[in-house]
Write a protein that binds this ligand. Structure first.
Ligand SMILES: [Zn+2]
Length: 73
């Protein structure tokens, strides 16, 4: 398990990707912890994102930053 800071994405780079609102904190059953690239709060706790094949964007409910998984995560 690792702590990973997500990468903030400008609206111009959405490119039609689906946006997931994580709410306050999305809870998983085992995986990594993901932090907002804008306000640095924890957005997802133990969520196995890396096993998902889709390239979603994650909307921070606090600062409204769109985030993507960093390519080197
Ligand atoms: Zn945020």
């Amino acid at each position: 398990m690792a702590d990973i800071v997500l990468k903030a994405v400008a609206e111009a780079y959405i490119n039609g990707r689906e946006i997931v609102n994580t709410g306050l904190t999305m809870m998983g059953l085992g995986g990594d912890n993901y932090f907002c690239g804008g306000c640095k709060r924890e957005m997802m706790h133990e969520v196995p994102i890396k096993t998902m094949q889709v390239n979603f964007l994650y909307l921070c409910d606090t600062c409204k930053t769109l985030n993507e998984i960093p390519h080197d995560a």
